[in-house]
Design a protein around this ligand. Structure first.
Ligand SMILES: [Mg+2]
Length: 302
């Protein structure tokens, strides 16, 4: 059986709300790990900051150039606050950091409505601005997201222990596959749950969906994310080990205090209590069923 340890201590199953199973019953048996991508596997902040800044610029350009200076200033302030664009970087719990493209689009149109535009016009301008700036998102952007420090080593250790891995993200499938391919991570992953899958995060059934693709019950999974929406989703789905990752942003994300938190991937280790006879380490998660270029069986990031 595989267990995860944080700082050398075994991670026990989270049992809040299950009165028949009090906390502290023992280390949870883990067969698969579900990873959020942006801000967890990847340093997405420079790319998202460039994207949000460009959207603000194009929104202001789209306002009638005769618009009163005051109206443009109000729109810029609304957009910056809505997007979580601060002098210290992107707020890690902002709509830009955690929400889908669709949610960001509605937030943008709402800002236009708040400076006096009718909804049809507000939505049309927002759709145009997003179409103009979509190329700034993802691996094709100037600010290609880097993997978080120590992730490659962690994935090697997980694969060696026979753990299956999946990405559960509101980025498009293409963006997830590009990220995995560029960093050479595909062979460690057996499933992807993307913006094209329904329901998408943070619906708990997104967890059940990716678990079906992995062939592992949610009760034998761990989930690691950098947003409370990820962590709450995992607990609602019955995932016993839920971990917050805090090192993916310039400002550490504000996470639920009762969730174990990671500051570097090296803090997370694997132990085997009862290796199954006849199964050699490192061969359980073979490349044969790792995700490749073939499509996996639609909301999107930012
Ligand atoms: Mg994230």
């Amino acid at each position: 059986m595989v267990h995860l340890n944080l700082g050398g201590e075994p991670l026990e199953a989270w049992h809040a709300g299950r009165e028949a199973e009090p906390a502290g019953v023992g280390a949870a048996e883990i067969k698969a790990v579900l990873f959020d991508k942006d801000g967890t596997m990847s340093h997405s902040e420079p790319m998202l900051e460039a994207l949000a800044t460009a959207r603000v610029f194009h929104c202001l350009e789209a306002l009638d150039h005769q618009a009163q200076r005051q109206r443009r200033d109000v729109l810029e302030d609304l957009l910056r606050r809505a997007y979580g664009l601060t002098p210290a970087g992107i707020h890690p719990a902002s709509i830009t950091a955690v929400a889908s493209r669709g949610h960001n689009l509605i937030a943008t149109a709402t800002a236009f409505a708040m400076v006096g535009l009718g909804w049809p016009e507000a939505l049309a301008i927002s759709e145009d601005v997003f179409a103009r700036t979509d190329a700034l998102h993802g691996q094709g952007s100037q600010h290609r997201p880097q993997a978080t420090d120590g992730l490659a080593d962690l994935l090697e250790r997980f694969s060696a222990a026979g753990l299956r891995c999946a990405v559960i993200s509101n980025d498009h499938e293409e963006g997830i596959r590009d990220f995995l391919a560029i960093h050479g991570f595909q062979r460690h992953f057996q499933a992807i749950w993307s913006a094209e899958h329904q329901p998408c995060k943070p619906h708990p059934d997104a967890v059940h969906g990716v678990c079906r693709e992995l062939g592992i019950a949610a009760g034998h999974c761990a989930l690691i994310g950098d947003a409370n929406s990820d962590l709450r989703m995992a607990r609602a789905a019955g995932v016993p080990v839920v971990l917050g990752y805090r090192a993916g942003w310039r400002q550490p994300p504000p996470l639920e205090p009762d969730v174990p938190q990671l500051h570097h991937w090296s803090e997370l280790t694997v132990s085997l209590s009862h290796p199954e006879p006849g199964v050699s380490m490192g061969t359980i998660s073979s490349d044969a069923d790792a995700i490749g270029s073939a499509p996996v069986s639609g909301c999107s990031q930012a």
